[in-house]
Design a protein around this ligand. Structure first.
Ligand code: FAD
Length: 467
């Protein structure tokens, strides 16, 4: 079969790219090595982790805040197998949705491992049998896998990755999370909310280190206060051993002393590495980068081989589903002869802890480093009427704007529903709004979004009203 486009991988990059190709009239096929579509995001990433975050948040609220609301529950219990079953159902609904969309858009799908024979011929192998298809263009969307530490073998039973952490059918007493990044903190909070004693071991001095420094500081404070999570910063993990149902992790602390931690499970969440195994890149002369194994691409996401593109986690940039999706659309439109554009500075980053953390644009640290003259305005949720009503008063919104032009350069927030609220900042920044623009736009009352308006007012002549 001859296709205009063959996409390898059906994650958010691959499936969205394939649908856009089909919408543009290109004969399209997708190859996926797993039985279900949707890649990491739908099967073992964004969707199942959010399902468990929602379930565990309900439990935590029922156990800790319902009484204050005047709601008394008796015999509150966690039914872990049911929680996991609901999560699996959410995943199944989403992956089935992709199957429906492929059918609707007349996209052919193949189950098996796709590998290059040459730049236009792809071999699909499944259970020892193979077939080949040809394509004018190929989009590699093969994603990523959890990074392993060479001195810390993952046994998938007690020393686990995020994938196994989504399927624990008991509430562990103690859990160690290696890595204070997004994935570690989200999964750590799931279990901490259910009653597990969670200890986060992080090499760097702060958690979520790539985000604006104020966010990590506040998140660490709140997770400690509300969930009893412990943080061991500046600790270099040196190894882990298991004995029966226990795991012991050893580390060197900031003073150079050897320390050890014991728990029922240890989640290794130290990042993700681009996944290129089995693609046969050597057959078309593509060499991956030494650091992170990423496939090198130019500004148009084309590899060194004309007609072969790569998108999502397997290329440079943030490892995020929405970045992969936008790149899928970008490449489809390039192939169809259009001139699309992605603004990489405006890809929002979100941590789905509670409070949620969300960020877009430059951090204060980046602006200082670049010598940009900026002004900052903050507004705390403790001064928000909406936040008081829902008892979600931790956190703040910070707006950074150019000192001369008032153009918004970055927005950083930690607080209730920050994941949804950041969209307003992204839209404003895409249209190059000033802080004054946000300050003068009417925001519904009472909403959490008023905090963004107030932070913008604080950034322009320090005129926030409610603080
Ligand atoms: P993937 O989703 O990894 O998909 C790649 C697909 O390619 C896979 O299905 C794989 O089987 C297939 N494949 C690989 N090689 C071949 C081959 N040779 N032949 C056939 N098929 C092949 N991001 C967010 O934006 N928001 C979140 O809330 C979020 N939460 C996350 C939570 C967790 C626990 C994890 C692990 C990740 C999370 N992410 C989140 C990251 C997000 O999942 C990834 O950024 C996203 O899935 C990348 O999409 P992709 O299309 O590049 O690759």
């Amino acid at each position: 079969m001859q296709y205009d486009v063959v996409v390898i991988g059906s994650g958010p990059g691959g499936y969205v790219g394939a649908i856009r190709c089909a919408q543009l009239g290109l004969k399209t096929a997708v190859i996926e090595k797993y039985k279900t579509f949707g890649g990491t995001c739908l099967n073992v990433g964004c969707i199942p982790s959010k399902a468990l975050l929602d379930s565990s948040e309900h439990f935590h609220n029922a156990a800790h805040t319902f009484q204050t609301h005047g709601i008394n529950l008796k015999d509150l219990k966690v039914d872990m197998p049911q929680m996991i079953a609901r999560k699996n159902d959410v995943v199944a609904q989403n992956t089935a949705g992709i199957q429906y969309l492929f059918k609707k858009n007349k996209i052919d799908s193949f189950e098996g491992v796709g590998s290059f024979v040459d730049k236009n011929t792809i071999k699909i192998t499944k259970d020892g049998k193979s077939e080949t298809i040809t394509a004018k263009n190929v989009i590699i969307a093969s994603g990523s896998k959890p990074t392993a530490l060479p001195f810390l073998p993952i046994d998938k039973k007690r020393i686990i990755t995020s994938t196994e952490a989504l399927n624990i059918t008991e509430v562990p007493k103690q859990m160690i999370v290696i890595g204070g990044g997004v994935i570690g903190l989200e999964l750590g909070s799931v279990y901490a909310r259910l009653g597990t004693k969670v200890s986060v071991i992080e090499f760097m001095p702060s958690i979520i280190g790539t985000m604006d420094a104020g966010l990590g500081k506040e998140l660490q404070r709140v997770l400690k206060k509300s969930l009893g999570m412990e943080f061991f910063m500046g600790h270099k993990v040196t190894g882990a051993t298991t004995k029966g149902k226990k795991v012991t992790v050893t580390a060197t602390n900031a003073k150079g002393e050897e320390v050890s931690f014991e728990a029922d499970y240890c989640i290794v969440a130290v990042g993700r590495t681009a996944y290129t195994e089995g693609l046969g890149l050597e057959n078309i002369g593509i060499k991956t980068e030494e650091r992170g194994n990423k496939i090198p691409v130019n500004d148009h996401l084309e590899t060194t081989v004309p007609g072969v593109y790569a998108i999502g986690d397997v290329v440079k940039g943030a490892m995020l589903a929405h970045k992969a999706e936008d790149e899928g659309i970008y490449v489809a439109e390039r192939i169809a002869g259009q001139k699309p554009h992605i603004n990489y500075n405006l890809i929002p980053g979100v941590v789905y802890t509670w409070p949620e953390v969300a960020s877009v644009g430059y951090t204060e640290e980046q602006l200082k480093e670049q010598g940009v003259q900026y002004k900052a305005g903050s507004f705390p949720f403790k001064a928000s009427g909406r936040a008081k009503a829902s008892m979600d008063t931790d956190g703040f919104v910070k707006v950074l704007a150019d000192a001369k032009t008032d153009e918004i350069l970055g927005v950083h927030m930690i607080g209730p529903r920050a994941a949804d609220m950041i969209a307003e900042a992204v839209v404003a920044m895409e249209f190059r709004a000033s802080a004054e623009d946000i300050a003068r736009i009417c925001h519904a009352h009472p909403t959490y979004t008023e905090a963004l308006k107030e932070a913008a007012m604080a950034a322009t002549e320090n005129r926030a009203i409610h603080i």
